[in-house]
Design a binder for this molecule. Structure first.
Ligand SMILES: Cc1cc2nc3c(=O)[nH]c(=O)nc-3n(C[C@H](O)[C@H](O)[C@H](O)COP(=O)(O)OP(=O)(O)OC[C@H]3O[C@@H](n4cnc5c(N)ncnc54)[C@H](O)[C@@H]3O)c2cc1C
Length: 435
């Protein structure tokens, strides 16, 4: 039985592997190219800051083509990895369970979380690898009553050189990404085509019979017995709309805003990002050298790499946003989002100030890169893990299924959701695991 999986990020990788284990012949169709980290251009990029070459967020793609950049409104830029491995290839390696709203729809993913966690090494970065200022901010945050915790990371720490460039790819091979999930199955049940964007799902009555793909060179039909959309919160919604199928206007993105301050010689880029975090009700705070703001955001341009300090806010935003068939995304921050950001900014500033970080404190680029909510699961669909309004053999296995924003890292939750979906597909088709 032939399964097409669209996308090779957190969701697609897990779905492809599980389906292959269950005897499906799987073909992964990935819009992006094979991933390679940014290397030689890193140092000279600094000298171009503020120039027309690195003028704004649109320059990001010029420097690092694996990023997909979309402006969703005046307030908000959307980032994603359009490459093999999807957003996992440009992640910070943080790995936590994010379960906000799952209980309400009756979805318990404990079994899948455990199954995935067992295959990975998830450990925090030891304190001695944090920069002195990061240690100081941790201690002060603790004293202020914020209960910071070291961040669990999915890394091979023996290989991590602490370069701070996780989000433009890991050069040492320390960081996990979803390509590792299926690599042992390539040629043994799984094949992958990169640079192969899916335009739409092909329907025969009320069944999906394949997909239409096209790149610069050609357009072709690929037949399938089942189609699994794992193109992420935006990609999956775009394909559905282009196929005249509905997606919901519930896009959430986990809004990120990094408050920048100054501490001479702190060299915050010489450590892994987000070594610890504070969990507040609907956001986290975490020390973070915001590379993209440092390179591309004008208000950050006058402070050197050695002196810039950042405290990230990652907010669980309102689930209000839409994706069109042509990829246009519309999403604004709501008054409630802005209120939470203001509260979080005051806390970030307080922790930095008590640690000797000086102003001016300047907001970084507001962006979101955890994309979900466009095919949200409801209580009625949890048993089958199949959104009832889609054709029977068309499935979704990515973060689109998550009804609510988490304000937390999402790779583990996406993987767990996708594993459950793939198990349901196999169950429905009467397939058995061949381990
Ligand atoms: C900069 C950044 C850092 C992050 N850091 C972390 C972190 O440290 N920890 C964490 O847990 N989470 C992190 N995340 C979030 C996390 O990586 C994502 O939430 C998660 O990977 C979502 O998985 P997904 O399968 O839904 O989508 P993705 O991983 O985005 O995968 C979607 C895939 O589909 C492909 N695609 C899209 N459209 C098409 C199409 N039409 N045809 C074919 N293929 C298509 C894309 O190229 C991509 O490969 C980060 C995100 C970003 C942007």
């Amino acid at each position: 039985m032939k399964a097409v999986v669209v996308g090779s990020g957190a969701g697609g990788a897990v779905a492809a592997r599980e389906l292959a284990i269950n005897g499906f012949e799987v073909i992964i169709l990935e819009a992006g190219n094979p991933f390679s980290p940014l290397t030689h251009r890193v140092s000279w990029l600094s000298s171009l800051r503020g120039s027309w070459l690195l003028k704004d967020e649109n320059s990001i793609k010029r420097v690092f083509p694996h990023y997909g950049i979309t402006r969703a409104s005046q307030d908000l830029v959307i980032l994603r990895g359009v490459t093999e491995g999807g957003c996992t290839s440009i992640s910070c390696g943080n790995m936590v369970r994010a379960e906000n709203g799952l209980k309400e729809i009756g979805l318990d993913l404990s079994v899948e979380f455990e199954e995935i966690e067992k295959t990975l090494t998830i450990v925090p970065i030891p304190r001695e690898k944090w920069r002195p200022l990061t240690q100081q901010m941790y201690d002060n945050a603790k004293e202020l009553g914020y209960a910071p915790k070291p961040t669990p990371k999915v890394d091979d720490l023996s290989k991590c050189v602490g370069c701070g460039y996780c989000e433009v790819g890991c050069i040492s091979g320390a960081k996990w990404d979803s390509r590792r999930v299926y690599k042992d199955y390539i040629g043994k049940g799984i094949s992958i085509l990169t640079n192969t964007p899916v335009q739409r799902v092909l329907l025969n009555g009320n069944r999906a019979c394949g997909v239409l793909v096209s790149n610069d060179k050609s357009t072709e039909k690929i037949d399938a017995d089942i189609v699994v959309l794992s193109a992420g919160g935006i990609g999956t919604a775009q394909i559905l709309r282009a196929s005249d199928l509905p997606a919901k206007n519930n896009l959430w993105v986990d809004v990120v805003l990094t408050v920048g301050g100054i501490s001479k010689g702190s060299r915050m880029l010489n450590e892994p990002p987000m070594t610890w975090f504070i969990k507040r009700e609907n956001y986290i705070l975490s020390p973070y050298f915001d590379l993209l703001s440092y390179w591309f955001h004008k208000p950050w341009k006058d402070v050197s790499v050695d002196d810039r300090v950042g405290m990230m806010i990652k907010l669980a935003d309102s689930e209000q946003g839409s994706v069109e068939a042509d990829g246009t995304v519309s999403k604004m921050l709501t008054p409630a989002d802005n209120e939470s950001l203001d509260k979080a900014k005051a806390e970030a500033k307080q922790i930095m100030e008590t640690s000797g970080v000086e102003g001016p404190f300047v907001d970084g680029m507001i962006h979101g890169g955890h994309l979900g909510g466009t095919v949200p699961l409801t209580k009625d669909d949890v048993e089958t893990m199949h959104p009832s309004w889609l054709p029977k053999n068309l499935w979704v296995a990515d973060l689109s299924l998550m009804p609510h924003s988490q304000g937390l890292p999402e790779m583990l939750t996406t993987s767990a959701l996708s594993l459950r979906v793939a198990k349901k597909i196999a169950e429905e088709k009467g397939k058995q695991r061949k381990l």
